[in-house]
Design a protein. Structure first.
Length: 187
């Protein structure tokens, strides 16, 4: 049985047990007989139970979330979790050593220079004209046709078909190429 199942019930028992003992302090009596209690004690006991019931529902929710968090920590501290943490720390140590950090800074500087350069800004300025000239080509019918062609090619180009076609081309190539010699050269 899991700790998350036992813990809330144990808390409820721990919270209600003192009220039961206070209501009937005699060690010989194991069950509280409400008929023997005066009205004032009975009302006090009833109010105590109501307060504890209200308090335990919030406490049970808190303890349930705590046990779920502990389960996450338990998973983190498992052998695979510790191994993963070790790998991350080792890789970070390697990544953060002097030559790697300098190389990363240099790479980021180069990328920043390239993206901020005049060529990229000209390309960005020219994008509206490029998109407007291509927009006539990109119709729903074209997209449907291209999708159909690609689906047909996918169905046709099986490994067996490719292998057979390659073999056929290799068989025909020696016969076909002698007929096509460059002009001006006759042997």
């Amino acid at each position: 049985m899991r700790l998350s199942n036992i813990l809330p019930a144990a808390v409820v028992a721990a919270l209600t047990l003192p009220a039961m003992i206070m209501a009937n302090p005699s060690p010989a009596a194991s069950i509280i007989d409400a008929r023997e209690l005066p009205d004032i004690e009975l009302r006090s006991l009833h109010e105590l139970f109501e307060r504890q019931a209200v308090n335990t529902t919030g406490l049970i929710g808190l303890l349930t979330s705590l046990t779920q968090s502990l389960a996450g920590i338990e998973q983190l501290l498992s052998p695979t979790g510790i191994s993963s943490i070790n790998e991350v720390v080792t890789d970070l140590a390697t990544l953060l050593k002097a030559p790697t950090t300098d190389q990363t800074k240099s790479l980021l500087g180069t990328v920043s220079d390239l993206l901020g350069g005049p060529e990229v800004s000209q390309l960005i300025k020219g994008l509206p004209a490029i998109l407007s000239s291509v927009s006539g080509l990109l119709t729903p019918a074209l997209v449907t046709n291209v999708t159909d062609i690609l689906a047909g090619a996918h169905d046709l180009l099986t490994p067996t078909f490719v292998s057979q076609t390659t073999g056929l081309i290799n068989d025909v190539a020696p016969v076909w190429f002698p007929f096509f010699r460059p002009r001006g050269k006759c042997s």
